[in-house]
Design a protein around this ligand. Structure first.
Ligand code: NDP
Length: 487
């Protein structure tokens, strides 16, 4: 059987590039090349812009209800094709089927459904000013660009296209070159649902293609999900044409477990917030601060549950709950951090090695790893690792742990476990993070805005306010009486 080659998706169809250049995509669980993708060369880039201009003209002229109706058809198609799409995500990312089957497609569909419902309800203002009045219109921005990371490829494409399209924009989306297929499938679904050609184009390629999008003078906004370092480059490049930006970047988020917390619940949260999607989740609570009076009970339960309940292996096996990391490079990077943690004096409570599961011996697996005896200045406690590596730290005093939790240039997420309702809110209000959980960790429904403080991001995704980030306000002043002119 020949290996498939996918082209860029422009103006409602696949379009061949002129250079013939392609890149390969590997299944992280088997190390096999599963398909090739054509790089978006200059001819594709030019076509994407021309097509998006046409698409935008048609789409923005429709009423929000008309757009909403079409987007809801796409939502139904996404849900109908859940299993086919979930399988693509498993093969591209290495994540377990048991996650993709119930999270990736569904949370993507939820967000498109949410914004499809919301867009017709977006209203302007009107106010009398003397006998005159003004009113405001919420108008789309024009052509927007979305640039995605590889951990939740389809979900990220949905989270960006949902509000962008609902508000009447066209979107050119570039997925990570490690996980390019989900966005193509979404483009096919949008076309089938009736989204006009050019409203959602998919450009394929690596950093150069992303960079071109950030520079193009025809693009009004860039919504980016990825690393802090790349985000800074994107903002700098977008500044050249003063584009609007939304930045969803990395984190090193704290989870604070107080002495009155339910230890088992807190262990569940810490495991979810470090080992779900094999640790490749931006909001992960990779710094777990545990009150000294429950520290021993916490790490005893954490160690036994990590060693007994985690099943690594072929991610398509529904019993597997720990998949492969995205690439060999990333596996090496994560192992490099683990080695550094040991070298700097932390103790491995469990894990700390690569894994070679019998059902996926060539995959890029890393054992779920817990470090104890950590201090705040260690590299593993300061830098985002983006793998299944948890650092447990001890604390005694509320003020002190809040200070330690905030002592970072990142501020994506935070969590607090306590049964004291006043302490829960008091502490969470003082934590410098955009996405916070009390006695919970990781849930991110469409209705809830998400985004980072400090260097973890700019702007928000999901929630009502995101629609504003994809529209601009036009003020219209209406004169009702004769103009008083000194001329
Ligand atoms: P990267 O920053 O490496 O890449 C993100 C995207 O940007 C990819 O599509 C990449 O292309 C592209 N890109 C790379 N260089 C440039 C450039 N100079 N200009 C424009 N685009 C560029 O992130 P990862 O893919 O490694 O994703 C992991 C990171 O994403 C983590 O830091 C994680 O925390 C963060 N993340 C944040 C989320 C949030 O909502 N806050 C959610 C998910 C992840 P290519 O990969 O093809 O080279």
């Amino acid at each position: 059987m020949t290996t498939p080659v996918y082209q860029n998706f422009i103006h409602g169809q696949f379009l061949a590039n002129q250079t013939g250049e392609t890149f390969e995509v590997r299944n992280p669980a088997t190390d096999e090349v599963i398909y090739y993708v054509e790089v978006a060369d200059e001819s594709i880039q030019a076509a994407a812009i021309e097509s998006a201009k046409e698409g935008f003209a048609l789409w923005s002229a429709m009423t929000p209800i008309e757009r909403s109706r079409i987007l809801l058809k796409a939502v139904n198609l996404l849900r109908e094709r859940n299993d086919e799409l979930a399988k693509i995500e498993v093969l591209d990312t290495g994540k377990p089927w048991q996650e993709a089957e119930c999270v990736d497609v569904q949370t993507g569909a939820d967000v498109i459904e949410y914004f499809a419902g919301l867009a017709p309800a977006q209203v302007g203002q009107q106010q009398m000013v003397g006998n005159d009045f003004y009113y405001t219109r919420k108008e789309p921005l024009g052509i927007c660009a979305g640039i995605g990371a590889w951990n939740y490829p389809l979900q990220i494409a949905c989270w960006k296209s949902g509000p962008a399209l609902a508000a009447g924009n066209a979107l050119i989306f570039k997925p990570s070159e490690e996980t390019p297929l989900g966005a193509i499938k979404l483009a096919e679904i949008f076309s089938e649902a009736g989204v006009p050609a050019g409203v959602f184009n998919v450009l394929q390629g690596a950093a150069e293609v992303g960079q071109w999008l950030t520079q193009s003078p025809d693009i009004e906004k860039v919504s980016f999900t990825g690393e802090v370092g790349t985000g800074k480059k994107v903002v700098a490049s977008a500044a050249g044409s003063l584009k609007d930006v939304t930045m969803e970047l990395g984190g090193k988020s704290p989870l604070l477990v107080f002495d009155d917390a339910d230890v088992s619940q807190a262990v569940s949260a810490a495991m979810l917030g470090n080992f779900y999607t094999q640790g490749e989740v931006c909001t992960n609570c990779t710094r777990v601060y545990v009150h000294k009076s429950i520290y021993q009970a916490f790490i005893d339960e954490l160690k036994s549950r990590t060693e007994q309940n985690i099943i690594a292996g072929d991610p398509l096996d529904p019993n597997v709950n720990l998949g492969a990391l995205i690439s060999k490079n990333h596996q090496d990077l994560v192992m490099g951090y683990i080695d550094k943690g040991i070298a700097e004096g932390a103790t491995v409570l469990t894990g700390g090695t690569v894994l070679k599961p019998a059902t996926a011996p060539n995959g890029y697996f890393v054992a779920p790893t817990v470090f104890i005896d950590c201090s705040d200045d260690m590299t593993i406690v300061k830098e985002e690792i983006f793998g299944p590596v948890m650092c447990v730290l001890v604390f005694d005093d509320e003020d002190d742990v809040i200070h330690r939790a905030n002592d970072t240039h990142l501020g994506l997420a935070a969590g607090v476990f306590t049964k004291d309702i006043q302490r829960a809110h008091r502490v969470i209000h003082r934590l410098q993070a955009g996405i916070c959980w009390i006695n919970s960790y990781g849930n991110s429904p469409a209705e809830m805005p998400v985004g980072g403080y400090k260097q973890s991001g700019i702007g928000r995704e999901n929630g009502i306010e995101t629609l504003d980030h994809y529209t601009q306000t036009k003020s219209v002043y209406v004169g009702m009486s004769n103009i008083e002119s000194p001329f």
